[in-house]
Design a protein around this ligand. Structure first.
Ligand code: HEM
Length: 527
């Protein structure tokens, strides 16, 4: 082609090209062609995404018409406005479910959701049909993917199965035994600090203390980190990332704020570098020790042993995956436990009878004469049955994880309705927990032998208590959480009496952050 007489438009910013005449015209044409191809590619992707999204929307909207619809839906917007203006979105969903029945349909713009407020429905999703229900990564878990990535909580399908097999042995009984002394030493440290508040008018923010304490315990259990290292690293690197993730749940556009995004990405990178540094040092130490783990292996050592025994080659991808697993354990393993402890303590501060029973169990295990700090063994902790029931009742009443979401990857039959692939399920754990008698009354006796829980029919009973869900994807840390919490709660109750600064205010639950923590902190006077 003769390009000699081709006149390039003056508005094209081509001055930086170090060429002249025909060569410049040729280069400009190539650049234009590349720009056009990129634009077509982007448009194609947007169109195919839009077409796939529309097809899914149509399939789900039409396929779920037999399910009763929540009241107040608007054309196009669906229930988006009702949810956006509700004080608490999952309370609003529960209000709808109570009006419409065990399965209720709602929509947010083009997305149709189905609220499951029934133990039989939960059994289908979590147990008998578990393979059909994937984690909801494109909505509920999206803001947390920088921490969770492809770790266990957010993995799906064959990848999840492989990781579960690899990680589960790390929390076997001998590791659970090791958690007891870690928790006891940590709570004794907290007791010492709290002595200076005893009998003063200065309250202690127990929410903050429980958060730091559970982070110290999980930090030591996974990575053998000393408490001062946990206090130094996590509040700087990990907690700000989590705070920003929580903000992004309600304000996803925050990821477009350039300074916030830059700071956020920097913290995520520093946290990753920190954890990967520990993994590398640990592997080097094992290599120097003839490939053997240390005498007292922590969770990281146990996972490294399982990875070696699997026979898979260790690669850069294995390192990244393990980093996600460590972050997953950190996240899954402390905020939920800390919320459970806050609500248990709050209820005990208002219920002298229940507090008396917890104290009696503590004295039987730790002793009645000073220093009352005997190290419990597994049988000792297991003997604290009433304390265990206090924790379970706090998990029932406050349902710290109030809803669990899933995406259906194939057509299914749920609670008498045929529902299509692509449906979005919201299993209302709080709704199911509040199907007990007088649900807002705090009664640990419900979980004692012969209590209300045992009255539910045996085949469906586990689906009436779902703080850790049930089935193959149940919480891997549930025994860990309930063990450490028994040690913490019993020790604190044995040593101190707690009184909320403002009992009404302290009892308010946060309306938008999961796990549900106190809305105004948990400030307590100690005596
Ligand atoms: C009171 C404390 C806790 C509560 C209420 C809780 C709750 C839950 C729930 C509801 C799930 C299921 C999430 C879903 O399916 O979308 C889950 C999964 C998980 N939790 Fe916990 N958790 C607690 C403590 C812990 C601790 C201490 C650890 C680690 C040491 C842990 C590790 C995990 C892991 C790894 C999973 C994913 C399991 C899988 O998908 O295979 N959790 N937890």
């Amino acid at each position: 082609m003769d390009l000699q007489h081709l006149r390039l438009p003056e508005w094209l910013p081509l001055d930086w090209l170090p060429l002249e005449g025909e060569a410049k015209a040729q280069a400009a044409l190539v650049l234009l062609a590349l720009a056009l191809a990129a634009a077509c590619l982007l448009l194609g992707r947007a169109l195919s995404g839009f077409t796939a999204g529309t097809a899914r929307w149509l399939r789900v909207a039409v396929g779920t018409r037999s399910v009763p619809e929540a009241p107040g839906g608007l054309p196009l917007l669906g229930h988006a406005l009702s949810l956006a203006t509700a004080y608490c979105p999952w309370e609003k969903m529960l209000e709808w479910a109570r009006q419409k029945g065990p399965l209720t349909r709602f929509s947010i713009l083009y997305r149709t959701g189905l609220i499951v407020n029934d133990p039989a429905g939960a059994k289908r999703v979590f147990q008998t049909g578990q393979r059909l229900y994937d984690k909801d990564l494109d909505f509920s878990y999206k803001p947390f993917l920088s921490i969770l990535g492809t770790g266990l909580v957010t993995a799906n399908g064959a990848h999840w199965q492989k990781q579960r097999l690899l990680m589960a042995p790390a929390l076997r009984i001998d590791m659970l035994d090791a958690i007891i002394p870690i928790a006891k030493v940590a709570v004794e440290r907290l007791c010492k600090q709290m002595e200076s508040y005893r009998g003063t008018n200065q309250p202690v923010d127990m929410e903050e203390e429980f958060r730091l304490l559970t982070l110290q315990i999980i930090g030591e259990a996974i990575l053998s980190l000393p408490p001062d290292e946990c206090d130094r690293v996590f509040p700087h690197l990990y907690l700000p990332v989590m705070e920003e993730n929580n903000r992004r749940v309600l304000a996803p556009w925050r990821q477009l704020y350039p300074v916030t995004a830059w700071q956020y990405n920097r913290k995520v990178k520093q946290l990753n570098d920190y954890i990967i540094g520990i993994i590398r040092a640990r592997r080097a130490a094992r290599a120097a020790n003839g490939g053997k783990p240390p005498a007292k292996p922590d969770i990281l050592d146990r996972v490294l042993t399982a990875a070696e025994e699997s026979g898979d080659k260790w690669t850069a991808a294995s390192e990244v995956q393990l980093c996600y697993e460590v972050k997953t354990f950190l996240l899954a393993g402390h905020e939920t436990s800390s919320a459970m402890l806050c609500w248990s303590m709050y209820e005990l501060s208002r219920n002298a009878g229940a507090l008396g029973k917890v104290r009696a169990e503590a004295e039987a295990v730790y002793g009645t004469s000073a220093p009352r700090d005997a190290m419990p063994d597994r049988d000792g902790v297991d003997s604290m049955e009433y304390t265990h029931s206090v924790l379970k009742e706090a998990l029932r009443k406050y349902s710290v994880v109030p809803v669990v979401t899933r995406n259906l990857n194939s057509d299914d039959e749920l609670l008498g309705h045929r529902i299509p692939k692509g449906s979005w399920l919201i299993i209302h754990v709080q709704g199911i927990h509040h199907q007990y008698k007088e649900p807002m009354a705090f009664r640990p006796e419900r979980f004692m032998p012969g209590g209300e829980y045992e009255q539910f029919p045996e085949d469906i009973r586990p689906y009436y208590f779902l703080p850790f869900i049930q089935g193959p994807r149940n919480c891997l840390g549930q025994y860990f959480a309930l063990l450490e919490a028994r040690v913490i709660l019993s020790t604190l109750c044995q040593r101190f009496t707690f009184r909320p600064v403002d009992a009404e205010k302290q009892g308010e639950t946060h309306p938008s952050v999961i796990p549900i923590a106190p809305k105004h902190g948990m400030r307590m006077y100690v005596s």
